[in-house]
Write a protein that binds this ligand. Structure first.
Ligand SMILES: NC(=O)c1ccc[n+]([C@@H]2O[C@H](COP(=O)([O-])OP(=O)(O)OC[C@H]3O[C@@H](n4cnc5c(N)ncnc54)[C@H](OP(=O)(O)O)[C@@H]3O)[C@@H](O)[C@H]2O)c1
Length: 408
């Protein structure tokens, strides 16, 4: 009979409950593949269990409480006291990564957090271990299922942002308070974690510039469809030159054929680009109790099987202050001669080159829908500020980034 490994579970909600069931169901299988049979020592809820008792009785602590208050205290204590920790808590890892790594080193313990990014998709393992020894250029993708569901429904059924959000809440794809998801903070935390692992740089949530999808209108999606584009909330972490990286979250149009374009509904997908591998795309369910619990169980198996993942912070990369992006620009204008000429003059002066222009509607409904080639974001923003002051604009200009790359 295999030896036991003692597992304490913090949290018994959506993921905690699913994990406890899965661990019990799969205990025999875990014993076969990892050599030791997991046994639950206790489950902590707000009104159930005692942390000190669970800690004293456990080899591994699985943190599924969420947040950065008690979860931070419990996880750092467990690591310092030599317990391996598995967590699904992206905010904890993104905001307090340094502290957790130091605590893990102090206690000689492993820290694993596969479920913190992209739910059931094993993206952390791929970036940290499978590709751990090759230089990665870029990690990017759709890492928030709530926003992907909302954008998919706005595009597919022509719903407004508010209608699509209400539908996502009804179906359980969005929480009652959706701020972190729709505002981009959830995706930003996940990108901070991925950037840290991909580039070996101490990236924290404060280094990530993020925007959400609250300002997207059905109009943007209608025109995008005509141009053959699809809209996603993307997280992008990439090298900029030799010494810098950029980590950002923003809504973005993709051309057809892009591997992320067909990812619809609550699904996630992450791409990794490196000269040695060209690119890898991974997609699948990004959330859900049983799905996330399966990623947590995978981490528990890895901890039992032994071998600590690389978590070396050895690079001195700084955060880039300006990067290049291509843009879509939507302008509601008065229908009179000289309008297009004035706008292209301002763009030309800022060295923004226009890829396509479509004029829509007439009279009170006249609009210009333009797509720009890649340009410094600072230069584009400066040009946009000038355009916003033009008297013939009927509403403020709306711009959304575009990934120019076309895949065949
Ligand atoms: N849900 C998903 O699909 C998903 C996907 C990926 C990652 N995650 C991450 O997984 C973690 C858990 O999420 P969840 O959806 O399972 O949350 P949840 O359903 O709200 O469950 C949280 C659990 O933690 C307990 N808890 C909260 N504060 C506590 C405290 N101070 N002391 C002791 N217990 C406490 C709650 O206890 P009571 O029941 O007593 O209130 C509840 O059992 C979060 O970090 C989340 O970001 C979730």
């Amino acid at each position: 009979m295999a030896d036991e490994v003692l597992v304490g579970i913090l949290g018994k909600g959506t993921v905690g409950g699913a994990f406890e069931r899965l661990l019990t169901e799969r205990a025999e299988m875990v014993a076969e593949v990892a050599g030791r049979r997991p046994k639950v020592t206790g489950v902590l809820g707000r009104k159930q269990g005692d942390f000190d008792e669970i800690l004293a009785a456990s080899d591994i602590i699985v943190e599924l409480i969420g947040g950065t208050d008690d979860a931070r205290t419990y996880v750092t204590r467990a690591l310092r006291e030599g317990r391996h920790v598995v967590t699904a808590n992206k905010q904890l890892v993104a905001q307090h990564g340094d502290e957790l790594v130091a605590a893990a080193k102090e206690g000689g313990a492993q820290l694993r957090f596969e479920a913190a990014v992209a739910g059931a998709i094993p993206v952390i393992r791929v970036v940290q271990e499978s590709l751990g020894a090759i230089p990665i250029e870029k990690v990017f993708g759709i890492v928030n299922g709530t926003t992907n569901y909302i954008l998919t429904e706005m595009s597919r059924a022509g719903l407004s942002y508010e209608q699509a959000l209400a539908q996502a809440q009804e179906l359980g794809y969005a929480e009652a308070d959706p701020t972190d998801d729709v505002g981009g903070a959830d995706a930003a935390a996940k990108m901070a974690i991925l950037a840290r692992l991909a580039f070996g740089a101490p990236v924290s949530l404060d280094d990530v510039a993020y925007e959400g999808i609250e300002r997207i209108t059905p109009d943007d999606l209608t025109y995008a469809k005509e141009l053959g584009l699809s809209l996603k909330l993307l997280g992008v972490a990439e090298r900029v030159g030799e010494k810098k990286i950029s980590v950002r979250v923003f809504p973005c149009f993709l051309y057809p054929g892009h591997p992320l374009a067909p990812i619809e509904g609550p699904f996630n997908a992450v791409m990794v680009e490196a000269p040695a591998i060209t690119e890898i795309t991974m997609s699948g369910p990004g959330a859900g109790g049983p799905e996330t619990a399966s990623a947590v169980l995978g981490d528990v198996v890895s901890v039992i099987a032994g071998g600590s993942p690389l978590f070396e912070e050895n690079s001195r990369l700084g955060i880039a202050k300006d990067v290049e992006s291509a843009f879509y620009l939507h302008l509601e204008v008065e229908d009179r001669p000289g309008v297009l000429a004035k706008i292209t003059q301002i763009l030309g002066e800022a060295e923004v080159s226009v890829r396509s222009v479509v004029q829509k509607g007439m009279g009170d409904d006249a609009r210009l829908v333009m797509v720009m080639h890649e340009v410094s974001e600072k230069r584009f923003d400066a040009a946009l500020a000038k355009i916003a002051k033009l008297k013939f604009l009927r509403s403020p200009p709306r711009s959304i980034r575009v990934i120019e790359e076309e895949f065949v």
